[in-house]
Design a protein around this ligand. Structure first.
Ligand code: SF4
Length: 317
């Protein structure tokens, strides 16, 4: 396969599994513990919940609806994507059997568990690694970080620290069968380009398997929305964000799979920024700019030159 400019999730799956693999978002029906502490100021789960996902349905029903409405025959296989709230806050004695049942589906390639760094106890990670070993499937744990800067974590009301994140990363890395990734948000009020680039360079040095990158979006009726109405910060324009991506993508090692590069919240709940551009067009613009400027993921990475060469990317897996 021709080496891509960006290691997207789609490319990663085609390289690793020989085909495209979908994701089915699932909801175990719990409330994120951080909501008891006010919740993250930008978060409203309805803004990214697919319309076919009904939290009252049991997991098998959610999967069947996901196959029907999201895979739509385009994908034979899927990752069970526990994106809603903080899935690992569910009691282990309930969570592990639930995950084991999901993994029994032959068309399930593995799990993606989205969670907070302070909700990943050692015992759970150990049990999860065993489960994944026994099922011979894959599991990516996506840890919300958003920024390495304490002032930003405080402003966002994340209620965890960078150290919490680092402990969680090391906990997952003990197990070869588990993969670990991070969520980052760009455009947090008060952060400069230098702050954001520092976050990317720091995280790039952790040898993670995946990243999920977002520009900040203001969602209706969130705390961030109230701040926005008071003109307390500005947001990325499309042009600025493209320039920013051109700055950071070269810093990210080539082996890191980029699951997302921008937010795509429901238009009905999105206050700003409204770019009026579909994701496919964003991707086309970015690819064109990378090509024009002779850039690709990892071309300016200072991390592990040995593993970030383009030939190594092709050899991996
Ligand atoms: S930790 Fe995640 S789910 Fe919980 S409030 Fe923050 S962004 Fe939302």
């Amino acid at each position: 396969m021709k080496a891509p400019l960006i290691r997207t999730f789609s490319y990663h799956c085609r390289q690793k599994y020989g085909m495209a693999v979908g994701k089915i978002p699932l909801d175990v029906g719990i409330t994120c513990p951080n909501r008891m502490r006010g919740g993250c100021i930008y978060c409203r789960s309805a803004s990214f919940t697919p319309s076919c996902l009904r939290s009252g349905d049991d997991i098998p029903t959610q999967i069947e609806r996901g196959k029907l409405h999201l895979l739509k025959g385009r994908f034979r296989y899927y990752f069970a994507y526990f994106q809603q709230e903080t899935v690992t806050a569910l009691a282990q004695e309930k969570l592990l059997p639930l995950l084991a049942a999901v993994l029994e589906d032959p068309s399930c390639t593995g799990l993606v568990l989205s969670t907070r760094p302070d909700h990943l106890p050692e015992k759970l990670v150990e049990s999860l690694a065993l489960l994944i070993e026994q099922s011979n499937k894959d599991c990516l744990i996506e840890l919300g970080l958003q920024s390495i800067h304490a002032k930003s974590l405080e402003l966002l009301n994340r209620n965890h620290t960078l150290d919490d994140f680092l402990v969680a990363v090391e906990r997952v890395k003990q197990y070869d069968r588990l993969q670990v990734g991070a969520h980052l948000i760009f455009g947090i009020p008060g952060e400069s380009w230098t702050d954001m680039v520092q976050t990317v360079e720091f995280v790039a040095g952790l040898k993670l398997d995946a990243l999920k990158l977002h520009h900040l979006q203001v969602i209706k009726d969130t705390t961030l929305h109230a701040m926005y109405l008071q003109n307390r910060f500005s947001l990325f324009s499309l042009e600025e964000y493209m320039d920013f991506l051109l700055r950071i993508i070269p810093l990210i090692p080539e082996h890191v799979t980029l699951h997302r590069l921008w937010s795509t919240s429901h238009p009905s709940l999105l206050v700003a920024p409204k770019w009026h551009v579909l994701a496919g067009e964003l991707s086309r613009i970015l690819q064109q700019r990378l090509t024009e400027q002779g850039l690709h993921q990892g071309c300016k990475s200072r991390v592990g030159q040995v593993v970030t060469g383009r030939t190594r990317l092709k050899q991996k897996e």
